[in-house]
Design a binder for this molecule. Structure first.
Ligand SMILES: C[S@@+](CC[C@H](N)C(=O)[O-])C[C@H]1O[C@@H](n2cnc3c(N)ncnc32)[C@H](O)[C@@H]1O
Length: 214
């Protein structure tokens, strides 16, 4: 298997895209933010973001493979289990939500809500899929592959995810439209401050709202 010992060994078009995403995100990071990137993966985007904003920040991920493979990221790593003791002013969730079904995404947003300071902000970077395009694609596919096509896709996804978290690529993930992402976020106690698109993905900027503790 091809492995890349350092970030500079990764393909340059991949690095260019990540750097450009990081530069886009950096415009929305407050000066002196106490920032966490949740689901940092190998951390290349995070490393570019640190360069752009001129400061290090906390990162975390749950994948044991990823924990041992993060070539040159100079960050403050925090274990997921320790998050409940810490509060951040901003949390970045970039290219993570595609691996979560709706139930897990709600649960994660609930946990991140608890990790944010009052009026803290959550930035979700995701690959937006228009629901009408998805419905149309599904209609065409089921027309030509009528034998339980959705069950077939689900079995591929399950097999991939059983083998490894890392093999779950974005192509097999749960893609959402902008309005689906907004609905889930609002239901989990966030207010939408802004929505923006870069050349490669969409970003939702959310503010934590206080919850009714009744
Ligand atoms: C595509 S990588 C994103 C890396 C980086 N944030 C970026 O934008 O380049 C997605 C990462 O999210 C992590 N991830 C997915 N679901 C997670 C969860 N529920 N808890 C923690 N990490 C998760 C995966 O382990 C993977 O490393």
């Amino acid at each position: 298997m091809q492995t890349y010992p350092n970030y500079s060994d990764f393909p340059s078009d991949w690095r260019d895209q990540k750097r450009s995403d990081a530069e886009f995100i950096s415009r929305f990071i407050s000066k002196d933010a106490n920032l966490l990137s949740f689901g940092c993966g190998i951390g290349y985007l995070e490393s570019c973001l640190m360069e752009s904003i001129g400061q290090t920040f906390h990162v975390t991920d749950f994948s044991p493979y990823i924990l041992n493979y993060r070539p040159d990221l100079k960050s403050k790593f925090i274990a997921i289990d320790d998050l409940s003791n810490t509060r951040f002013s901003q949390i970045l969730l970039n290219q993570v939500t595609y691996s979560l079904n709706e139930c897990d995404l709600r649960e994660l947003l609930n946990q991140l809500h608890n990790c944010l300071e009052i009026r803290g902000t959550l930035i979700i970077g995701f690959t937006e899929t228009s629901s009408s395009f998805r419905a149309w694609t599904f209609h065409i596919l089921t027309r030509f592959f009528p034998k339980n096509f959705s069950a077939y896709l689900e079995s591929i996804r399950n097999n991939l995810s059983k083998r490894s978290q890392v093999t779950k690529s974005q192509g097999w993930g749960y893609h959402r439209s902008n309005s689906e992402m907004i609905d889930i976020s609002v239901a989990m106690g966030f207010e939408v401050m802004n929505f923006s698109r870069s050349s490669s993905q969409s970003y939702l900027f959310l503010k934590k709202l206080p919850r009714n503790e009744s």
